[in-house]
Design a binder for this molecule. Structure first.
Ligand code: NDP
Ligand code: MG
Length: 379
C-alpha cells in the first residue's frame, strides 16, 4: 500500500489524482488532503478517502469544514497547515497539485521529510529550481514529473545513458488562440481564453497556455528536472497533443511518448513508477486519428516564450521574477483588470526593470518574489 498526501486536492490535477487512486483501492491510500477554499468538495473527498489530516487556506474555512469531517481527521490551515499535510504524516509520496510558487515551502518540507514527490506544481521549480533539486539530491528523494511533457521525457529517458542525449523537444498544443494572429488578440475575453482546445485544466494554466508562458515555465522546469542546458531544449507546436514530447539522441534517433491527452496517465505513472498498470483511460488509435500536425514555434507570435528562455538563460533571480509577475498578471486578467495582451506587457516591463541578483536562500527568493508581485499589481 502506497500512502499519499495530496496538496491541491480540489483542483484539476487533484481531482484527477483522486480518480486514479479510486481505481486502485488496494494499492493507494490517501493520508492527507489540502484544499484552498472549496470546503464542500474537500469534505466530500475526506468522507470518501478518510485522510488523517485536511488543510484549508484559512482558519475560517477550517472551522467551517471541521464539523463535517470524519472523526479522527485533524483540520489545519494556512501555510503551516499545508506544510503539515506535506511533511507531518506517514505518507510515502506527496503529490504537489497546488498552483503557484506558494507550493515551495510545503514541497521543501516534504523533501526534508524524505517523501517522494509527484510534481505537478511547476511554479515551484521555476521559482527555486536549484534549491529544490539540490535539496532532493541531498535527501536522496525522487522528484517524479506529472506535467505531461516532463512525464514523456522521463519515460523516454528510461534506461538510457545520459551522455547519449542530444536534446529534448517539448510539444505545445498552441493554446486557446493558436490560430489567431496577434492583431486578433486585442480584446479577447476571459471566457474565450479559458476555452482550451485539448485539455481541461485549472484557470491559471489555461491562460498560461494561451500566452505560451506555460511552455516557457515548462522549459525552465525541464532544465531542472533533467539537468539540461537551454540549448538542449526545443519547443514544437503540435495541435493534437498526441506526442507528449520527445528526446533526440546523439545517433539522431528520436524516442517519443504518445497517448491520448488525459492527465490521469502521467499522474498514474508517477504514482506507480516504475510499474505500469491498467487505467480507465482511453487507448490511442493512430489509424483513427490518421494524421498528426506540426509547425515550428513562432517566437514573435508568442513573445512570452521568448522571454521565458531569456529569463532561464539569465538564471539567478530572473525566473523567480518572471514567475511571480506572471501569477499576478494572470490573476489581474482573470479579474478583468487588464487585457490579454497586457499580460505580456506586464511581464516585459517587470523583467526589464529587474536587476538580476544571486538567490541562494529562501529569504532572498521571497524578497524578489514580493518585489515582482507588488510591481505587477500596479504597473
Ligand atoms: P487548479 O486551479 O485546478 O487547482 C489548484 C489547487 O490549489 C486547488 O486545489 C486549490 O484549492 C488550491 N489552492 C489555491 N489557492 C490555495 C491556497 N491559498 N492555499 C491552499 N491551496 C490553494 O490548478 P491545476 O490543477 O490546473 O494545476 C495545479 C498545478 O499543476 C499547477 O502548477 C499547474 O501548472 C500544474 N499542471 C496542471 C495541469 C492540468 O492539466 N491541470 C497539467 C500540468 C501541470 P481550492 O480550489 O479549494 O481553492
Ligand atoms: Mg504541460
Amino acid at each position: 500500500m502506497k500512502k499519499i498526501s495530496l496538496l491541491g486536492s480540489t483542483g484539476s490535477i487533484g481531482t484527477q489524482t483522486l480518480d486514479v487512486v479510486k481505481h486502485q483501492p488496494d494499492r493507494f491510500e490517501i493520508v492527507g488532503l489540502s484544499a484552498g477554499s472549496n470546503v464542500e468538495l474537500v469534505i466530500e473527498q475526506a468522507q470518501v478517502f478518510k485522510p488523517s489530516i485536511v488543510s484549508l487556506a484559512t482558519k475560517e474555512l477550517a472551522d467551517q469544514a471541521r464539523p463535517h469531517l470524519p472523526t479522527g481527521t485533524k483540520v489545519v490551515y494556512g501555510e503551516q497547515g499545508l506544510i503539515e499535510v506535506a511533511a507531518g504524516t506517514d505518507a510515502d509520496m506527496v503529490v504537489t497539485a497546488i498552483v503557484g510558487s506558494m507550493g515551495l515551502p510545503a514541497t521543501l518540507a516534504a523533501i526534508d521529510a524524505g517523501k517522494t514527490i509527484g510534481l505537478a506544481n511547476k511554479e515551484t521549480l521555476v521559482t527555486a529550481g536549484h534549491i529544490v533539486m539540490e535539496r532532493a539530491k541531498q535527501r536522496k528523494v525522487a522528484i517524479l514529473p506529472i506535467d505531461s511533457e516532463h512525464s514523456a521525457i522521463f519515460q523516454c529517458l528510461n534506461g538510457e545513458q545520459r551522455q547519449g542525449v542530444k536534446g529534448i523537444t517539448l510539444t505545445a498544443s498552441g493554446g486557446s488562440f493558436r490560430d489567431r494572429s496577434r492583431a486578433e488578440l486585442e480584446g479577447v475575453t476571459v471566457t474565450e481564453a479559458l476555452n482550451h482546445p485539448n485539455w481541461s485544466m485549472g484557470a491559471k494554466i489555461t491562460i498560461d497556455s494561451a500566452t505560451m508562458i506555460n511552455k516557457g515555465l515548462e522549459v525552465i522546469e525541464a532544465r531542472w528536472l533533467f539537468d539540461l542546458t537551454y540549448d538542449q531544449i526545443d519547443v514544437l507546436i503540435h495541435p493534437e497533443s498526441i506526442i507528449h514530447s520527445y528526446v533526440e539522441f546523439n545517433d539522431h534517433s528520436i524516442v517519443a511518448q504518445l497517448g491520448m491527452p488525459d492527465m490521469r496517465v502521467p499522474i498514474q505513472y508517477a504514482l506507480t513508477y516504475p510499474e505500469r498498470i491498467v487505467t480507465p483511460t482511453e487507448r490511442l488509435n493512430l489509424a483513427s486519428i490518421g494524421k498528426l500536425n506540426f509547425r515550428a514555434m513562432d517566437f514573435e507570435r508568442f513573445p512570452c516564450l521568448r522571454l521565458a528562455f531569456e529569463c532561464g538563460r539569465m538564471g539567478q533571480s530572473a525566473p523567480t521574477v518572471l514567475n511571480a509577475a506572471n501569477e499576478v498578471a494572470v490573476a489581474r486578467f482573470l479579474n478583468g483588470e487588464i487585457t490579454f495582451l497586457d499580460i505580456e506587457r506586464v511581464l516585459e516591463t517587470i523583467v526589464g526593470r529587474h536587476e538580476v541578483c544571486n538567490i541562494n536562500d529562501l529569504e532572498t527568493i521571497a524578497e524578489v518574489d514580493e518585489w515582482a508581485r507588488s510591481l505587477a499589481a500596479s504597473v
